[in-house]
Design a protein around this ligand. Structure first.
Ligand code: PLP
Length: 387
């Protein structure tokens, strides 16, 4: 176990009675960030018209500078959207895919991305979802993705950190290999900001979107979308507003009235983590969740898949036997309601897993609670024939 960063006991809004092991799904708010958000609300509500009609370009510009520095991106390439789903949908809709075009994705992709590809499928766009088994290494991922490219491929879509598996993809290597084939890459980085260091200049992806409401812990929902300059003429928000024709950034800076607090609270959230020190936080998160996953897997006599160096603050533990999607949802609900432990049940290539996270409010007892509760609920499910 690593030494917990100082301020570990900083208050979070999460219920301390709950063993909350799904920070990746819906991140919790640190109290200092919630307090900053309340101050921002008071400022906005003092004169909303002045905020939106006079101060807005300056406010969003300041946040953009800060986020660009955090992600090592150029501010000119960054816009904000409400969440990663909107970011990937915006790129896929605006890219200009035509009937007969082919997209390479992987079987780790987020379900919403799979749906977005299905929507394109109705217009004749074909997608391949490459199989990436959990014991794959970085070179294997790069090879599997590039091997799926055909002469009809127009775009490659990969995760930065996958939702269903927590696998950290070798994004820079994939982008380099795909660029060598002359094709652009969209990276779904929903989980990446905060959970791993992100260097967008080094990654070089044409399109990258990452949530600031997961591991950076700004209030839900806010996400940064990086679009490389050569695509700025093409990518526009899904919803056209006043400035839609004024260029890439103006079009995204105002898409209609929305709650700006999650966006404006990002600097406070970054301050919170900067003060703790990202490296020490990340080392602690990884060790905590890896030790916790081992405890759960030992209890279930199963395994913790995925190479250690391809994971960060989220890990899978295999369930003893596959369960269907509905049983997985029931399992998740019953763990929360009956045992006070919240974790995410996922499935990959015919196996079922519980995905757990490590965050500063977690302690080893949380993983022990899950280890004890899982067999009880699983037994109940199989007795009812639900598993
Ligand atoms: C890989 C990935 N992409 C996209 C999303 C969607 O994020 P949001 O609901 O904020 O749009 C998630 C959410 O967990 C995710 O894990």
């Amino acid at each position: 176990m690593t030494t917990a960063p100082t301020l570990t006991r900083t208050d979070w809004l999460i219920d301390p009675a709950v063993a909350y092991l799904n920070h990746g799904g819906f991140g919790a708010l640190p109290r200092p960030v919630a307090e900053a958000a309340a101050r921002i609300r008071a400022d906005i509500e003092a004169n909303p018209t002045d905020v939106f009609m006079r101060r807005w370009p300056g406010l969003v510009g300041d946040v953009r500078e800060r986020v660009a520095a955090f992600l090592n991106a150029s501010p000119e390439e960054l816009v904000f959207v409400g969440n990663a789903t909107t970011g990937t949908a915006t790129v896929l809709a605006g890219f200009g895919l035509q009937p007969g075009d082919h997209v390479v994705a992987t079987d780790h992709r987020y379900p919403a991305v799979a749906e977005q590809l299905t929507v394109l499928g109705a217009h004749g766009v074909e997608a391949t979802q490459v199989s990436l088994p959990l014991d794959i290494d970085q070179a294997g991922v790069v090879a599997a993705v590039t091997d799926a490219i055909t002469e009809r491929t127009r775009l490659v879509v990969i995760d930065h950190i996958a939702s269903a598996t927590g696998m950290v993809f070798p994004v820079a290597d994939i982008v380099a290999a795909v660029h060598a084939r002359g094709l652009p890459v969209l990276v779904d980085g929903a989980h990446a900001p905060g959970q791993v260091p992100v260097d967008l200049a080094a990654i070089g992806a044409d399109f990258w979107v990452g949530n600031l409401h997961k591991w950076v812990c700004s209030p839900r929902g806010c996400a940064a979308l990086r679009v490389a300059p050569r695509w700025h003429d093409r990518i526009r928000p899904l919803v056209a507003s006043h400035d839609h024709r004024r260029g890439f950034q103006p079009a995204f800076d105002w898409t209609g009235t929305f709650d700006p607090i999650p966006l404006l609270a990002i600097p406070a959230a970054l301050d919170f983590w900067d003060e703790l020190g990202w490296d020490v936080v990340r080392r602690h998160q990884h060790q905590l969740v890896t030790d916790g996953a081992t405890v759960v897997a030992d209890h279930l006599s199963t395994r913790v898949p995925i190479r250690d160096d391809m994971t960060a603050a989220m890990r899978l533990v295999a369930l003893p036997a596959p369960i269907d999607k509905l049983a997985g949802e029931t399992l998740g609900h019953r763990l929360t309601v009956e045992h006070g432990v919240t974790a995410y049940v996922t499935h990959h290539e015919g196996e079922s897993f519980v995905r757990i996270c490590g965050q500063l409010y977690n302690v080893p007892e949380h993983y022990e609670r899950l280890a004890t509760a899982l067999p009880v609920v699983l037994r109940g499910l199989s007795e009812r024939g639900g598993a």
